[in-house]
Write a protein that binds this ligand. Structure first.
Ligand code: NAD
Length: 436
């Protein structure tokens, strides 16, 4: 099949590359000329494990192409994916300007029947809006389908190639047949393609992300209570996660969720509820809990240094919002670093993938270390913000020589309390006793 993907970011590039891998002829379109030039030159602008292998194979074999021209990109395409940004607008609702702009342009450009697929996360009713915008100029038949994306950055290729499920919102039999054909190679193991109407598909994506945000925030609240009540949240996680009704995943306490999806999607769903005059109380609490959780360690750090962080050097391990990505959108690390700087501390940070992105935001206001250990040199304390596996079993003997004080503030509960006690660390974590 000939496919166009409009918007070549984390979702668009993975979508385009994976559909090329299953034999389709794919053209990815983006307005960012520098990004497109890089892609044409064989440079992948994001870090996503495993993407390079597929990207190189499919560009070499001519199935994956890039352009800045929408007209050129959609030429002859049977399916046109919209993988465009839907950032929060000023009032918290998803801003549809990118989607509706492209929809309007498509109306002028469509020459034959095509299925326009909304892959972006968009509020209920967007498929209808996209339909209306295309209709303004379209001279040919077309269908608009909602096909929300559930991939996770860091394991996006696996998620896309072997999805737990594919959700497709359309009432058109013609569009259903096209989508079935396209996804067939990805669901051979029998994972379901779930058809529903457009509005339900749009809501499914928000429900999924909001539910996961609730799960994380619930566990973070349990952790906060554990600290007061003298219980250990890790034991509680093991104790409840083995219950198949609860499940083991998304139960790790920490300094809150970030990223380009959960914060904005929870906010957008709350806004949708407001538009329909529904008081969605859990969502309001989740936003509140997460906002507090993200900076939970700051008062602890402050208190440890008797309220005086001036001139103190703080090493920070982890900048990305989660491991295996370079994405720093809404990453807890950024907010915490800003606060540490404002309190007069010096920050030396290390992240295996996200440092270039952070340089674009913080510039030379912090120091960037070449290795995790270099970040510790002469630091007064270490703060852990992202659970990269390399931080889980570091060489403590090396750390002991580099750190000025054996003090760790761990926002991701990477170490056992006993181990920290034995090594003589002062160790603060989340939902567990403090080791002094
Ligand atoms: P992104 O910002 O990484 O990529 C969007 C791309 O669209 C950018 O490259 C931008 O230059 C391009 N763009 C903007 N306007 C354009 C136009 N008029 N024509 C062509 N290209 C244009 O965003 P993303 O993370 O890929 O997210 C895209 C959508 O997918 C969002 O709605 C997001 O909520 C959703 N989503 C994201 C993830 C994720 O993990 N990142 C997962 C599931 C769903």
């Amino acid at each position: 099949m000939k496919i166009a993907v409009v918007g070549t970011g984390y979702v668009g590039l993975v979508t385009g590359t994976c559909f090329a891998e299953t034999g389709n002829q794919v053209t990815c379109v983006d307005i960012d000329e520098r990004k497109v030039q890089k892609l044409i030159n064989g440079i992948i602008p994001i870090y996503e494990p495993g993407l390079d292998v597929l990207f190189n194979r499919n560009t070499a074999e001519g199935r994956l192409k890039f352009t800045t021209s929408l007209a050129e990109g959609i030429e002859g395409a049977e399916v046109i994916f919209l993988a465009l940004p839907t950032p929060p607008g000023e009032d918290g609702s998803a801003d549809l300007k990118y989607i509706l702009k492209v929809a309007g342009d498509l109306g002028q450009l469509l020459k034959d029947y095509a299925v326009i697929v909304d892959k972006s996360t968009v509020p209920v009713g967007t498929a209808e809006k996209v339909h209306d915008y295309i209709s303004l100029g379209a001279q040919v038949e077309f269908d608009v389908v909602s096909n929300p994306e559930f991939l996770r950055e860091g394991v996006a290729i696996d998620d896309f190639m072997k999805p737990d499920r594919v959700v497709i919102g359309t009432k058109s039999e013609r569009a259903k047949a096209v989508m079935n054909k396209l996804y067939a190679p990805l669901v051979r193991q029998g994972n379901p393609v779930i058809f529903m109407d457009e509005r339900s598909a749009e809501m499914t994506k928000y429900a999924a992300n909001a539910f996961l945000a609730v799960k994380i925030s619930f566990m973070n609240e349990i952790a906060n209570l554990c600290e007061k009540a003298g219980a250990n949240v890790d034991d509680i996680r093991r104790g409840i996660g083995t219950d198949s009704r609860i499940g083991k995943r998304f139960l790790f306490a920490g300094i809150g969720y970030g990223g380009s999806c959960f914060p904005k999607d929870v906010q957008a769903l709350a806004k949708t509820a407001q538009e329909y005059a529904y008081d969605f109380q859990i969502l309001k609490s989740v936003m509140d809990v997460n906002a507090k959780q993200k900076t939970k360690l700051l008062p602890v750090i402050n208190q440890h240094f008797n309220g005086d962080l001036k001139g103190k050097t703080i090493a920070v391990w982890g900048l990305a919002f989660k491991p295996y990505t370079d994405d720093i959108r809404e990453a807890p690390a950024l907010e915490n670093i800003e606060a540490l700087l404002a309190a007069g501390a010096k920050v030396t940070a290390y992240d295996p993938e996200a440092m270039d992105n952070v340089k674009n935001v913080l510039g030379n206001r912090i120091t960037y270390a070449h290795t995790s250990y270099a970040a510790l040199d002469d630091a007064d304390a270490l703060v852990i913000m992202t659970e990269w596996p390399m931080f889980r079993t570091p060489e403590f003997s090396k750390m002991n020589l580099l750190l000025k004080n054996k003090v760790i503030f761990d926002g991701r509960n990477l170490y056992e309390l006993e181990q920290m006690k034995e090594m003589g660390y002062t160790y603060y974590s989340v939902g567990r006793e403090t080791v002094t």
